[in-house]
Design a protein around this ligand. Structure first.
Ligand code: ADP
Ligand code: MG
Ligand code: MG
Length: 250
């Protein structure tokens, strides 16, 4: 589904991704961990098409297509979804209009007619229940004045509405209390299927108790320096990153 080869990216002449290789198949969950400043959010931004970053080397294919050639909105239409580490507020755009527009754009890309108003409202209701968000939230402007937890839940609500093939969750667990964490994690788990895949970026093993990864990778200084099964997350929780840094420097 996703194939990343020797990906390098920079911002302001500072190289941040320095040769990333990663393969993701349908049905898989990959966790990406690593110290702050390693390039985890940069990798998500580059995959989503954030133009602030310049790709200097490497290839990325998604569903067999060259992802790096596609506009951000086409990456979304192809089924890529990014839950932001820091969700942005969009004053003046209501959640309802935002979701209806996004959903219908996706349908148009697949050659489907816009969703009827009643089907759309029913879908909104179902997905709101999935992440247990307050009913009024969807009448408000996107993320405007939402609490930290509400913003993170709202990211998963959008994911539930759009049903992406590949979802990248960038520290969706940070800033959530225990109950919100469980709701968000269960929401993500319910959306899992053999056809879609998830990349979970997190600092905490806690989230991975709910969303069990098939593979865990450690990103350090712009490279994946270690990959293993879910036991690696437990080892990192226990021992921190120093041993990985040392192994890498050696
Ligand atoms: P992580 O998500 O692993 O904590 P980031 O991808 O956010 O790491 O950051 C990696 C490095 O890139 C850091 O040194 C950070 O300061 C730098 N960086 C990220 N975004 C920008 C930006 N917009 N301008 C300049 N430097 C940036
Ligand atoms: Mg960080
Ligand atoms: Mg980050």
């Amino acid at each position: 589904m996703l194939k990343i080869r020797n990906l390098h990216a920079k911002i302001d002449d500072k190289e941040i991704l320095r040769g990333i290789n990663l393969d993701i198949k349908p049905g898989e969950v990959h966790a990406i961990m690593g110290p702050n400043g390693s390039g985890k959010s940069t990798l998500s931004a580059v995959l989503a098409g954030n133009e602030a970053f310049e790709v200097t080397e490497g290839e990325v294919t998604f569903n067999g297509k060259n992802l790096l050639d596609m506009a951000p909105e086409d990456r979304s239409r192809e089924g890529l979804f990014l839950s932001f580490q820091y969700p942005v507020e969009i004053p003046g755009v209501s959640m309802v209009n935002f979701m209806r527009t996004a959903l219908n754009e996706h349908r148009k890309y697949r050659g489907e007619a816009p969703m009827s108003a009643s089907d759309f409202l029913k879908l909104m209701r179902d997905k709101k229940n999935l992440v247990e968000i307050d009913s009024n939230l969807t009448n408000r402007a996107v993320n405007e004045g939402f609490s930290g937890g509400e913003k993170k839940k709202n990211e998963i609500f959008q994911m539930a509405m759009l049903q992406p093939k590949l979802a990248i969750l960038d520290e969706t667990d940070s800033g959530l209390d225990i109950d919100a964490l469980r709701i968000v994690a269960n929401g993500v788990t319910k959306l899992k299927s053999p056809e879609n895949a998830t990349i979970v970026i997190t600092h905490y093993q806690r989230l991975l108790d709910y969303i069990v990864p098939d593979h865990v990778h450690v990103l350090y200084k712009g490279r994946i320096v270690k990959s293993a099964g879910k036991e690696l997350a437990l080892e990192l929780e226990e021992k921190g990153y120093d041993w990985i840094k040392k192994e890498f420097e050696d």
